[in-house]
Design a protein around this ligand. Structure first.
Ligand code: DAH
Length: 344
């Protein structure tokens, strides 16, 4: 049996010598050292030996299996290192290569301007009318009738307003003022809202006009609202939006849905009031329309004008962005020219 053991050990050693991978080692282990392996077969026959021989052969068998195990382990470590190194070589990455450029998107300047203006009014206590409550596709009823715009008013003319073919009275809204009606209908004052959104007009497109643009409408209705409140709120808005102390002026004007009405100018950003091309030499730029809500409009939505009063205002987002960032052509906002958009 001793010889048999030596022979198996020699065979195992020879196999080990030829092994070239961890896989080979597993096979050797199975062949010699597993429960059904060759050494175990011999150990099973130990019981037929005398006690003395059992001790001798047994300890030899143990010694040989230990040697084989340790040789297997050494080889395993060696192969493991080798295979790992090969894998690392193969998967080597050059960390000095320049990375892939992933361009970063940005908020469009009209969106950021809208957000900025809305945030100012929120800080003054106004809440925002969700877009589904001030639709872009509107009926004449909201866009004109309820705003006290006479049937024969030129703004209704197809040359100004886009009429749709959905139905006779369905238009693309020409102003966000209809949002005032949506905000008041079925509600009780106090109402203090701003409504940002897109409006459409049938204009010839040039540096100052586009056939769609954006407005932000504002409305405050409560008891005892006065023109002083209107002035206070809008002056505060202008102070925050343009920063520091840009002079403003309120000019008498007319809108069908407000009485009295005003247009609000800020001192020209380009020439500091001296008069230039941008302000047509006047030194002033118009940024807002506003006024006290006409009693007829309040009556129309079931709010008693003897109890309540309010002010409303509307401003063009493009205009305010152009003034703040000195942009001289409205079309730049809609051309999707990356060189332009990247500057914001
Ligand atoms: N809707 C007017 C326009 O598009 C702007 C405006 C003027 C809105 C006066 C108002 C307002 O709310 O009171 O020209």
């Amino acid at each position: 049996m001793k010889e048999q053991l030596e022979k198996i050990y020699a065979a195992a050693s020879a196999d080990l010598e030829k092994a070239s991978s961890i896989n080979d080692l597993e096979e050797i282990r199975a062949k010699y050292l597993s429960r059904k392996g060759e050494f175990n077969e011999i150990k099973k026959n130990l019981k037929n030996l005398s006690n003395e021989d059992k001790r001798i052969v047994g300890s030899l068998a143990n010694e040989i299996t230990k040697k084989l195990e340790s040789a297997l382990k050494d080889k395993h470590d060696e192969f493991y290192k080798k295979e790992l190194n090969e894998k690392l070589q193969k998967e080597r990455i050059d960390i000095t290569l320049p990375g892939k450029y992933i361009p970063q998107g940005k908020v469009h300047p009209l969106t950021s301007t809208t957000n900025e203006i809305v945030a100012i009014f929120q800080s003054l206590g106004f809440s925002v009318v969700p877009s589904e409550q001030s639709p872009e596709v509107e009926t004449e009823y909201y866009n004109f009738d309820m705003l006290n715009v006479p049937k024969d008013h030129p703004a209704r003319d197809v040359q100004d307003t886009f009429y749709t073919e959905i139905a006779k009275n369905v238009v693309l809204r020409s102003q966000t003022s209809g949002a005032q009606i949506h905000a008041m209908e079925g509600k009780n004052p106090p109402i203090r809202v701003v409504a940002p959104g897109r409006v459409y007009r049938n204009e010839n497109i040039n540096a100052r006009k586009n056939n769609f643009f954006h407005q932000i409408e504002g409305l405050y209705v409560d008891k005892n609202i006065t023109f002083g409140d209107l002035k206070g709120v809008l002056n505060e808005f202008i102070r925050i939006y343009f920063g520091s102390s840009r002079p403003t002026r309120f000019r008498n004007s007319f809108f069908p849905f407000t009485e009295p009405s005003a247009e609000i100018d800020v001192q020209c950003i380009m020439c500091e009031g001296k008069g230039c091309r941008t302000c047509s030499g006047t030194g002033w730029l118009e940024i807002l329309g506003a006024g006290m809500v006409d009693p007829n409009v309040l009556k129309g939505v079931g709010i008693d004008p003897d109890v309540y009063s309010g002010f409303a205002f509307g401003m063009g987002v493009e205009r305010l962005a152009m003034l703040k960032y000195a942009v001289d052509d409205i079309r730049l906002f809609f051309n999707n020219d990356e060189k332009f958009l990247k500057q914001f």
